[in-house]
Write a protein that binds this ligand. Structure first.
Ligand code: EPZ
Length: 426
């Protein structure tokens, strides 16, 4: 197991290439189950979660070839070809490691009319049930049974298009139903659907494969089922959470960093907060530039919401910034019920944060002090790295395997901009 040492106090100057989005690549990989043809993905990030998904795809009978690039930020190429009749069993051992494995249930039902997939269980950030995925599949005509920790889903006569209104917005359930509906008979309408850019990316790849979909990026997606889909080559969207994380890193450490291969609109809800907190954000022809020179950041409140609102996946990083800001801010988490695990760790570095229900009250400190801290989940662990950039002295972040699930070569990306950090073996 690795740990990361950071000696704080260095401003960041330079450029950081942004990788392909983990949360777009994961469902895109799964689309290979929808066609017997070859699917090629480019701009694939080299992350532990992507390796988990590739392994699951192999277990389902898909050939997977993944060519990685040594060039920082240059994505890999993944070529997949599913079996003529894919395996339809996703075991507990795989699904418990990564919840996104549950995304295979929709496409397997659509293609082979049956799937047995382990229930993912809860995780550190909340209970995270899959009831909406299952209700949606039932609406498309699947029979669902739960036994021994597994979901047994069957649609012997094929899925049938239907209207499904999500009682709450869910990214994963929207993706699962979208992948199920493209091969269902007739029209499916998904209302109160998620609007995240990763869903638009998935839908565009499906359209390129021959699917008939309209309304992507709105809360009403209409899908007219087709008989079969073909292979394509498709480039994964830039990672908006990585983009936002390095934008916040620059706001915390000070300096000027250009994030290349990404787009400002992907962090649309973060930009006004960063500006109000005292950073400059500009679009360049290669991406987006962030700078903060001089004065301490100001406190600005934030509330997490489904896209286009402020993303829960940037809440921990933003809290690290507010922990060093001038004033008091309130940060409200409305998506997950237990996503404040970074708070006690930030407190070890001297942050002054108290929690009242779903809201963290952050009283900014002029200085954080480096300390040994423990990563608890992916986004929480990166918030500790960001806090370490601003802290006085050395911060050691333990259990960085969480970080490797979602941030590619972070110590190199930040190190090239002048951060004093290195990875060591525990
Ligand atoms: C996706 O998770 C992301 N994961 C998460 O990123 C992200 O935090 C989340 O969306 C919200 O933006 C991937 O894309 C792989 P949801 P997902 O279904 O799809 C509740 C990261 O760090 N809910 O939109 O699982 C759920 O408990 C990860 O990269 C139900 O009640 O999130 C939550 O409170 C962490 N029943 C809310 O909805 C369901 O059937 C939103 O969850 C499904 C969800």
């Amino acid at each position: 197991m690795d740990r990361i040492h950071i000696r704080g106090g260095k401003r960041l100057y330079g450029e950081i290439p942004i990788s392909g989005a983990k949360n777009a690549a994961l469902p895109l990989i799964v689309t290979a189950l929808l066609t017997p043809d070859r699917l090629t993905l480019t701009n694939v990030p080299d992350l532990a979660d992507i390796a988990f998904m590739a392994e699951l795809m192999r277990q389902l009978g898909t050939s997977v070839e993944w060519r990685k690039s040594d060039v920082l930020g240059e994505g890999g190429v993944m070529t997949m070809r599913s079996a003529a009749r894919p395996q339809s069993f996703a075991p507990y051992d795989v699904v418990r490691k990564m919840r996104a494995s549950f995304l295979v249930i929709g496409p397997l039902l659509a293609r082979v009319r049956e799937a047995t997939v382990s229930l993912p269980g809860g995780c550190a950030i909340g209970a995270r049930p899959v009831d909406l995925h299952l209700k949606g599949l039932e609406a498309l005509g699947a029979s669902i049974e739960i036994a021994g920790g597994y979901v047994l889903a069957r649609a012997p006569d094929g899925l049938k298009g239907a209207e499904f209104v999500f009682p709450m917005v869910s990214v994963g359930a929207t993706e699962n139903l979208l992948m199920a509906a493209v091969l269902a008979e007739g029209r499916t309408v998904l209302a109160n659907a998620a609007r995240e850019p990763e869903i638009v990316d998935l839908g565009q790849c499906l359209i390129a494969m021959g699917a008939k979909i309209s309304g992507l990026g709105t809360d009403r997606i209409v899908i007219d089922g087709v008989k079969e889909l073909g292979g394509v080559s498709y480039a994964v969207l830039p990672d908006r959470i990585e983009t936002g994380t390095y934008a916040i890193a620059t706001a915390i450490a000070g300096g000027e960093v250009e994030l290349t291969g990404t787009r400002e609109e992907l962090i649309g809800a973060l930009v006004p907060l960063l500006r109000a907190a005292g950073s400059e954000v500009t679009t360049t022809n290669r991406g987006v530039k962030i700078s903060r020179n001089g004065a301490r950041p100001h406190s600005v409140d934030a509330t997490t919401e489904p896209f286009p609102g402020f993303p829960t996946d940037l809440q921990a990083q933003y809290m690290a910034l507010m922990a060093t800001a001038d004033g008091t801010s309130e940060i409200r988490e409305t998506i997950f019920e237990n996503r404040f695990m970074h708070v006690p760790e930030l407190a070890r570095m001297g942050a002054d944060i108290s929690i009242e229900g779903d809201t963290a009250i952050v009283r900014g400190k002029e200085r954080l002090i480096g300390a040994p801290v423990m990563a608890t989940d992916l986004r929480a662990s990166v918030s500790l790295i960001l806090a370490g950039l601003a802290a006085e002295g050395e911060t050691i972040v333990h259990r960085v395997y969480h970080l490797d699930r979602g941030f590619e070569r972070i110590e190199e990306k930040l190190g090239r901009c002048g951060a004093d950090m290195e990875r060591q073996k525990e």
